[in-house]
Design a binder for this molecule. Sequence first.
Ligand code: FAD
Length: 569
Amino acid sequence: MKVVIIGGVAGGATAAARLRRLNETAEIVIIERTGYVSYANCGLPYYIGGVITDRAKLTLQTPESFWDRFRIDVRVRQEAVSIDRDARTVSIRRLDDGSVYAERYDKLILSPGARPVDPGVPGTDSERLFTLRTVEDTFRIHDFVEREHPQAATIVGGGFIGLEMAENLRERGLDVTVVQRGSHLMPTLDQDMAAILHNHLRKHGIRVLLDANVTGFSTLNGDIRTALAEGAPLDADLAIMAVGVAPESTLAREAGLELGLRGAIKVDEHLRTSDPDIYAVGDAIEVKHAVTGKPALIALAGPANKQGRIAADNICGIDRTFKGSQGSSVLKMFDLTVATTGLTLRAARAADLAADAVVLTPANHATYYPGSESLVMKVVFEQNTGRILGAQIVGGAGSDKRIDVIATAIRAGMDATDLTELDLAYAPPYASAKDPVNMAGYLIENILEGRVEQVGWSEALELAAREHGGEASPVLLDTRTADEVARGSVEGALHVLLNDLRERLDELPSGRRLLVFCQSGLRSYVACRILTQHGFSCANVSGGYGFLEQTLRDGALPPSGTGPCGRQV
Ligand code: FAD
């Protein structure tokens, strides 16, 4: 059997190695357009930032090492240009001399990845404008930074690659501006969670321009000027274009293979394309979203690696299926971790799911043990079933481990009660006896079982703003300490310390719904339980004042009705 693989990185190299481990006699050929095989594309930004200092560490594997270990024939700087499905051959161009030859296959695996999206604006041919996909791109940016000692960079696009570049260039001392077309960075976050990220970037001296449309680039006195649809243009020494990726499916399209969402290659659950002798894996394929069951594009290394292995298994006669991706991801942003899995609340509702979410701010481990850090967790669930649909965590150490637990729970189809029952490891330096994941389960369970109602801040502020309109309108009740209130609260809110609440019930307006908040949502939950049992109608304001403060600081919520600390800064 002869297997030809197009693309020799995450999906392709994994498929090749697995094929060899399963079949010692197969002829395996990898065709790779760049000069490198199985390179560490996820590590590329960190070489530019100087975190990874040794070039060789990015390219641990070489064609020679693949041959020595696996007897796999890796041909770098060669590009597959067409597929003749009838003849079962691939035309391959040697980039060094332009010559073209045909390579026969019994089975073909396509793992060509995704290419940076070209926004189609003028000036993208500037020598100071870079995209980041390959090792060659990385060296180009790195060498530019070393040679030119740039002072300022414009990053166009606030997804993973844009933000990792923003962090790494900032760490090298550059003035960095991130320009994002949408209303928030990282589309894998909801707007309110992204506010924390925005504030964190600003804290680290990165300028964040949201709702900004880039209309073109030009070179001006040695600078690259990024023109915006509105507002002053941005001048910098270099710009990075990172506005997303698109499946690299030209080869598949020209070969007449069936395509799906945004031109991605369609595959069945065995990762076979519409041609049974051609498999496709990685960023180039359309996958089934593991939560919605709908077609999705998920360009991440984990799925690509798993798919490479599955394709190899099927080629070797092992019946293996790919069940879908849920987009679990993690991003380091200085000392903040941004981790997500499954659906955001917005995405869940867009998928017509009856979804709601809880927001909690637990400590990553017992607070009496030194060094605890906060995590802001938003966990999305299905209202009628309690099924966990997604989670976002922005916070300190341990954010990644909680997202992985929830990712596993989602994959297992667990609901809120299942989360409460998870038996997770605990000792004070690592967690709490009730882990943040258990706590999220309790919160959701309490809502689903009717023990507490909750409202989000937007709704709470809107309802409270109607307060002057009539007697029956809701009242905000702040249950925090006087010190906390002095640092900022919501204008017009009543203040009753939680511990005094039982004695002061008669001071509360009768017949009015109480929208109760504290700093994080925990004390206000306790208050809601007291109030409910004394016959008051009340709801807990999700996320607490700390969460509101983040969104106000970011300007993500209207500052109406807020006090001194609630002003936009
Ligand atoms: P790739 O790994 O991109 O490999 C495709 C290869 O195919 C390329 O080398 C390309 O040159 C080659 N190729 C394409 N067409 C042809 C052709 N016609 N002939 C020959 N060769 C061809 N994912 C994460 O999960 N976590 C991260 O932290 C993360 N960080 C990233 C950082 C950067 C800078 C980048 C660029 C990506 C990052 N990713 C990350 C995404 C992850 O790298 C990809 O999802 C994954 O590599 C996809 O695997 P793939 O095999 O589909 O494509």
